[in-house]
Design a protein around this ligand. Structure first.
Ligand SMILES: [Zn+2]
Ligand SMILES: [Zn+2]
Length: 166
């Protein structure tokens, strides 16, 4: 699949840092797409800095990359978990200490981050963290809701008893 094409491609950027822009001896117009000399460049790749047209660019985390850089960079970025996965886990775990309140955002962010990972928009390394955050957050949110319900029931029973006793 794509991997073979990338491996055979001369456009290695992030990993090997080789810039073979002029390997074929042609110095290209910087404002034209590398692959499509007759098409104006829409943006520069954020990793190798070379210009590409819209069709050649891949958006990754809000930034434009050329396809080889995007695919090479994906493996590099995935070494660390996404910030949101970490934040979600901190929120969910801290909910154990802070009476469950932070479990709700922890659970929501955890599930959001999981969705992003599934869509390839967030680093894969954050998956277990996001999953843990979502699960802990959900459990703590459940306990929170349960404790609120129990509290409400106790309150209502208390009111009823007070009313009956009066
Ligand atoms: Zn590139
Ligand atoms: Zn192009």
């Amino acid at each position: 699949m794509d991997r073979d094409r990338v491996a055979g491609s001369r456009n290695c950027c992030i990993i090997s840092r080789c810039f073979d822009k002029q390997e074929d001896g042609i110095v290209r117009e910087s404002s034209q797409c590398i692959y499509h000399p007759d098409v104006g460049a829409a943006a520069d790749c954020q990793a190798c800095g070379r210009p590409y047209c819209r069709a050649c660019l891949v958006e990754l985390g809000g930034k434009d990359y050329c396809r080889p850089c995007a695919e090479a960079g994906a493996g590099r970025v995935q070494q660390s978990a996404g910030e949101l996965a970490v934040v979600a886990l901190i929120l969910s775990v801290s909910s154990i200490m802070f009476c469950g309140i932070t479990a709700i955002p922890g659970m929501i962010i955890g599930f959001m981050e999981l969705g992003k990972i599934n869509r390839g928009e967030a680093p894969e390394a954050g998956r277990s963290m996001a999953k843990a955050a979502a699960i802990i957050g959900a459990v703590m949110t459940g306990l929170l809701v349960l404790s609120v319900l129990v509290g409400v029931v106790i309150m209502i029973v208390g009111i009823i008893i007070a009313v009956l006793a009066a």
